[in-house]
Write a protein that binds this ligand. Structure first.
Ligand code: NAD
Ligand code: UDP
Length: 310
């Protein structure tokens, strides 16, 4: 089995490369290294089944593969808002290029969509049937609407051209190989606590998220690709919900030091609550995440300690 992973040198992509190589598959990792790093996959370079290719998904490409995981897209608000027009291009033109390839070579293709398609949800927890509450002209729209349009393209290629698609909607996921300057909340809090800096809560910290450890997430992604019961979309994430203040307190409980909690302005359109309804994933994938936040943090903190040279 030959698999193309776009965005394969990023946080999730590098774990996916590692898992598939471990199963004896051939992996072609494509990345433009915007938020991905060569060192995320450096330990895989000696494997003869692994190939790394610098390429931007916005530009067309031709390769012979059986499976495509389309992960290329910056995921952190800081990074996807850095060049919002490019973010839309990456999601939309990247999806068109990947789907065109899948159609040409008959590959099965999975889209890494996101809980952001639900925007600031008015239905809680969010089932796949909820159509969302996204501001189409806000600062997060380049990511949210880009990902929504990518889902549209996946389903149109499926209906019009019989492309064999799978779509997962990923909820907040964390773990080793996130960038220390990624800007997402788990990495920010751990890095701040390790440096003895104050933890920056945006708003009053009462907004909620549900955090999934990367190993659980990768398992669900592969299971979605390899099952035949549904094309999706399938929510994947950990349904245990925390306020951002609770997360900050948990991190401070694990990393001793002088850090305190400080408040900063809440960015615009920041969703107030988020928690996946994972009943579909439980039914069709036979999957439930089993790494709870405390254990996941214990597995993530040493990685950041090493990154910071502490
Ligand atoms: P990440 O930023 O670490 O990885 C994204 C990868 O895509 C990086 O390696 C980056 O260099 C690459 N990339 C970006 N633009 C590209 C382009 N134009 N051409 C080629 N490569 C490009 O983020 P991640 O957390 O690993 O996210 C991976 C995917 O999963 C993304 O599509 C993201 O939207 C989705 N997702 C992640 C989460 C999460 O919590 N981690 C949640 C929802 C969805
Ligand atoms: N957040 C925070 N402090 C930080 C970074 C993020 O309070 O240093 C908040 C952010 O406002 C949001 C939540 O944590 O409410 C999750 O943010 P993240 O960027 O990780 O992901 P997303 O908003 O895309 O779920």
């Amino acid at each position: 089995m030959a698999t193309l992973i776009t965005g394969g040198a990023g946080f999730l992509g590098s774990h996916l490369c590692e898992r598939l190589l471990g199963q004896g598959e051939e992996v072609l990792c494509m990345d433009n290294f915007f938020t991905g790093r060569r060192k995320n996959v450096a330990h895989l370079m000696a494997n003869p089944n692994f190939e790394l290719m610098r390429h931007d998904v916005v530009d067309p490409f031709k390769v012979e593969v059986d499976r495509i995981y389309n992960l290329a897209c910056p995921a952190s608000p800081v990074h996807y808002q850095h060049n919002p027009i490019k973010t839309v291009k990456t999601s939309v033109m990247g999806a068109i290029n990947c789907l065109g390839l899948a159609k040409r070579v008959g590959a099965r293709i999975l889209q890494a969509s996101t809980s952001e398609v639900y925007g600031d949800p008015e239905v809680h927890p969010q089932p796949e049937s909820y159509r969302g509450n996204v501001n189409p002209i806000g600062l997060r729209a380049c990511y949210d609407e880009g990902k929504r349009c990518a889902e549209t393209l996946f389903f149109d290629y499926h209906r019009e051209n019989s492309v064999d698609i799978r779509v997962v909607r990923i909820f907040n996921t964390y773990g080793p190989r996130m960038l220390p300057n990624d800007g997402r909340v788990v990495s920010n809090f751990i890095v701040q606590a390790l440096r003895g800096e104050d933890l920056t809560i945006y708003g009053d910290g009462s907004q909620t998220r549900s955090f999934c450890f990367v190993d659980d997430l990768i398992e669900a992604m592969i299971r979605t690709m390899e099952q035949d019961q549904t094309v999706g979309p399938v929510n994947i994430g950990n349904p245990v919900e925390f306020t951002i203040r609770e997360l900050a307190e948990k991190v401070l409980g694990k990393i001793e030091g002088p850090s305190k909690i400080v408040k900063e302005d809440l960015p615009s359109d920041d969703p107030m609550q988020r928690k996946p309804d994972i009943s579909l994933a439980q039914k069709v994938l036979g999957w439930t995440p089993n790494i709870e936040l405390s254990e996941g943090l214990d597995r993530t903190i040493p990685y950041f300690r090493q990154c910071l040279g502490l």
